[in-house]
Design a protein around this ligand. Structure first.
Ligand code: ARG
Length: 256
């Protein structure tokens, strides 16, 4: 075989390999770098490392593992939680990874991946509080929540409660500590993490966990190819133990 034929053959192989990886062509629906939108005040799912200033957390590790499985790079951008769906619709980002609960309202606008984490809402109050023991005790109280979240939606359903919406979930906790709110309604694992990380000096969890919610990654509805690839990659990292590793790193326990 001549050198020319061999190199043509190798080139054809390369093109084929790139095509099947799904990340080889910028023009394909799954670009080489997937732009991931998040809102990084939501530890342990997404937050900024104090020292390195990098975005870290369960969701960040998860999307990086998914991207790697697809042969792509993940680029993380952080923005307001309520800006994520509009940014996805405007194709400024390819995927939302933000502890976003799968809800019927959101599913009208975005395509959700298969669920990747089971969550729910809970309440944090000051240690000194003796009046709030459940969601029904929130009536007439001042509630701090993060804007655009399921916690905010739930708080708004509570009769005669005053709901203040903050841009970050850290600001909602700060409002509680400073006495501007009687309770924070937020995702249970985030409340738990906040208390374990030092919040328990002033605050505590009360009541049951409300509404079991599933987190999903959100993808533009038009990008069905990317949705399929993400689900395939998610299934693969669940099978090969990568998901379990990430889960243990952030939650220290086995997936039930
Ligand atoms: N799970 C809740 C929701 O979907 C809260 C998510 C907040 N996420 C964040 N990164 N701040 O509304």
């Amino acid at each position: 075989m001549s050198k020319k034929i061999i190199s043509a053959f190798l080139l054809a192989l390369l093109v084929l390999a790139l095509a099947v990886s799904g990340c080889g062509q910028q023009t394909s629906q799954a670009p080489k770098t997937i732009k991931i939108g998040t809102e990084a005040t939501f530890p342990p799912f997404e937050f900024q490392d104090d020292k390195t200033k990098e975005y870290v957390g369960f969701d960040i590790d998860l999307v990086k593992a998914i991207a790697k499985q697809m042969g792509c790079e993940a680029e993380i951008v952080s923005m307001g939680f309520d800006g994520l769906v509009p940014a996805l619709e405007a194709q400024q980002i390819d995927v939302i990874a933000a502890g976003m609960s799968i809800t019927p309202e959101r599913a009208e606008k975005v395509a959700f991946s298969d669920p990747y984490y089971k969550s729910g809402l809970s309440i944090v109050v000051k240690n000194s509080d003796t009046t709030i023991k459940s969601f029904k005790d929130l009536e007439g109280k001042r509630l701090a929540v993060q804007i655009g979240t399921t916690g905010a939606e739930e708080a708004k359903k509570i009769a005669s409660a005053t709901v203040r919406e903050f841009n970050s979930s850290s600001d909602a906790y700060m409002e509680l500590v400073s006495g501007g709110a009687d309770a924070v309604v937020n995702d249970h694992p985030v409340n738990q993490y906040y208390l374990v990380q030092g919040g328990s000096k002033e605050s505590k969890l009360v009541g049951d966990i409300l509404n079991s919610e599933d987190y999903g990654l959100a993808i533009n509805k038009k990008n069905t190819e990317l949705s399929q690839k993400i689900n395939a990659a998610l299934a693969e990292i669940k099978k090969n133990g990568e998901y379990d590793k990430i889960y243990q790193k952030w939650f220290g326990a086995k997936v039930q």
